[in-house]
Design a binder for this molecule. Structure first.
Ligand code: TXA
Ligand code: MG
Length: 300
């Protein structure tokens, strides 16, 4: 067995014994438990310090395993899953009785996604039930994009960390509510509204107010103050003050998305008081990037 194979085997053992495993995905690391172990799922909420009415995302190996988790798998869900999975897209659908309400915070719906990461896909295929996994950070803090970030945040509270390297996208998945028609984007991510519209052959999906906890004002926050601006001159001026640092998210938004959370964590580690983020235009991944940065900047 290669190192990767034995790590995946170990992750499987820990999950099947009712433990918590941090799993790599293309977006951010997740903190996983088998959905059949209600006690383990409850421990996820406890470890994160997350309110129990904030639903988790169920991670599956393929579309077939998603369909059975819903009592109304819609044509829109089918088309989106078939086109974008494995990938950074989460679908909210009506929950079937196979999904314990503890997973979805007592809601009648459940959020499901199939992550694009070879080790995690191998793990999910080897399990007979899916896992529930929120991002592997304490509630309200910056999401982890490396195994090191998970250990820094959760330490001994996680039973095993499956190290799959740095996350390739770096921002949480796009969430689409498929229980309404037209579908509604609850959280922007790497899969854009434009791409979704093309697949559904639809007019713009509404990106209105959302029920997702990621929409809470003070989410994704580092300890340092975050200031956001679209004005390069202003960014330069603000970041030249003592204990300030510039994060340029405008020059190359894809790469900025990949490194944003690591950059914010580094600001904290280096004792920076103010991270000044130069915002990208609101197109493509820029929309998700702006969303996360503005949330980190909100109310501080
Ligand atoms: O990229 C991702 O989605 C990552 C990786 C680990 O897959 N996961 C993630 O999970 O970001 P978390 O728990 O940090 O955020 C999940 C979001 C929350 O905002 C939650 O409110 C929303 O998904 N959500 C979950 N179930 C929902 C439901 N049934 N209806 C509406 N929103 C839901
Ligand atoms: Mg999160």
């Amino acid at each position: 067995m290669s190192g990767h194979d034995s790590d995946v085997a170990r992750a499987r053992e820990v999950l099947e014994a009712g433990g918590l495993v941090a799993i790599p995905t293309e977006t951010v690391y997740g903190l996983a438990a088998l959905i059949s172990h209600a006690e383990a799922v409850r421990r996820i909420f406890a470890v994160k310090g997350r309110p129990v009415d904030h639903p988790l995302i169920v991670h599956v190996a393929d579309v077939g395993r998603a369909r059975v988790l819903s009592r109304n798998w819609t044509p829109a869900a089918e088309r989106l899953a078939t086109r974008f999975w494995p990938g950074p897209l989460t679908l909210v659908v009506e929950r079937s009785r196979d999904v314990d309400p503890v997973v979805s915070g007592g809601l009648d719906t459940v959020a499901i996604r199939c992550p694009a990461h070879s080790m995690t896909l191998e793990l999910l295929r080897s399990l007979s039930v899916p896992v529930a996994a929120p991002s592997a950070n304490r509630f309200g803090r910056v999401s982890p994009t490396s195994a090191r970030h998970v250990l820094d945040d959760l330490g001994a509270d996680v039973d095993f960390v499956l190290d799959g390297g740095d996350c390739e996208v770096g921002l949480e998945s796009t969430i689409v509510d498929c229980t309404v028609d037209p579908v509604q984007i609850l959280r922007p991510g790497a899969i854009t509204e434009e791409e979704i519209r093309v697949v559904l052959n639809a007019t713009a999906p509404a990106a209105g107010p959302s029920r997702a906890s990621g929409m809470l004002e003070s989410h994704y926050a580092p300890r340092c103050r975050v200031v956001a601006t679209s004005d390069r001159e202003e960014a330069r001026r603000l970041s030249s003050r003592p204990k300030a640092r510039l994060i340029d998210a405008a020059h190359d938004p894809e790469s900025a998305a990949r490194s944003l959370y690591a950059d914010l964590r580094r600001c904290d580690a280096d004792g920076i008081a103010e991270a000044v983020v130069l915002l990208p235009p609101a197109t493509g991944i820029g929309l998700a990037l702006r969303d996360r940065v503005l949330k980190a900047a909100a109310g501080r």
